[in-house]
Design a protein around this ligand. Sequence first.
Ligand SMILES: O=C(O)CCC(=O)C(=O)O
Ligand SMILES: [Fe+2]
Length: 342
Amino acid sequence: MYCVKELVESRGCLQSVPSNYVFPENHDDCIISEEETIPTIDYSLLTSGSPEQRSKVIHKLGIACREWGFFTVINHEVPKTLRDEMIKATEKFFDLSEEDKREYAGKKLFDPIRWGTSFNVKVDKTFFWRDYLKVQVHPQFNAPKNPPGFSEALEEYCKKNRELASELLKGISASLGLEESYLQKTLNVGSNSHQLLVINMYPPCPQPEVVMGLPPHSDHGLLTVLMQNGLGGLQVQHNGKWVPVNLPPDSFVVNVGDQMEIFSNGMYKSVVHRAVVNGKATRISIGTANGPPLDTVVSPAPELVDRQNRHAGYRGITYKQYMELQQSNHLDGKSCLTHVRI
Ligand SMILES: O=C(O)CCC(=O)C(=O)O
Ligand SMILES: [Fe+2]
C-alpha cells in the first residue's frame, strides 16, 4: 500500500486520482462562507495583561468555545525559530526513503510512533489524501531518530504547546465560572497528562475537488493546538456552513476537543472540521492533542451540572477508552461523541 507522497512521486506527473481516493460526494457542493472568521485570542493578555484585560479575554475565550469551538491564538510564546525548525524537520522526515519510514509503520493505536496514511486503512472505505506521523510525546517522550535534530525540536515544541494549553485551560475553566485550577485538578491534568503529536502532510493533488485530506471529524482531546506551513485547507463547520480558517502567519489555531465538550456538559462544543487539499503545493499541519491522563474518567463537571440544574448529558469514560472508540469507528462525518451522549 502506497502513502500519498510516494504515490504522487512514483507516477511522474500524476494526471488523475486513483479511484480508491475519489469521494462519492463532491465537497465543492457544500456551502462555504468566506465572510466569517473564527475569533482571535491575544495570549499575551491572558498571561500578562492587567486584571481587566485578562477578564475580558477570558470572556472572549468563553464565547469562542461556546459559539465556534475554534479560535486563533496570537502573541503566544512559541518562538518562530522553533516553529520553522519543526516544519523543516517534518519535510526531512517525510523525505526519508520509504524503507526508513517503514520502521515506524505502526499498527496499534498506542504505538509510540506511527507513520501511515489516510485515517485507519483497516476501516476507511475511501482513502484520504494525507500521510501522517503520530508520536506519543507525553507522559513518556518518544521521537523518530531521523532526521538529526528532529527529536530535540519536537521535545521543546511539544513542551511549549503543553504550556500554552495549560494557560488556555485555566482561562477556559474561569470562563465556565469555575475556579481557574478546577478543570486541571478535576481531570488530573499535569505531569501524567497525555499528549499526542499529529503531523499531517497533504501532497499536491491533480484533482483536489474529488478527494479529502481529512474528512469531517472532531478531535478526541481537551484542546488541539495546530500550526501550518502557511497554506490553508482547514475548514470549520459553523451554522451549517464550512468556514475556511485563514491563519495569520505565526499564529496557532486551537480547538475544543471531545473531552472538553464532555467536561463542560455540552456548553463548549467540539466542532466538526475537515481539511481540503490543493493542486499546487504540499501542505503540512502540525497538531498536538492535549488531553488528561489516559486513565482519567472524563465526565461532566459536577459543579456545572448542579448549577445548570440539568442531568449530565454524557456518560463517563476514560480518555483511553474514548480514543479506542474513535479509532474503531470510521470517520463518517459525525463526531464520536454520539456514542457517549446520554
Ligand atoms: O490539517 C488540518 O488543518 C487539520 C488537521 C486535523 O484536523 C487533525 O489532525 O485532527
Ligand atoms: Fe482534527
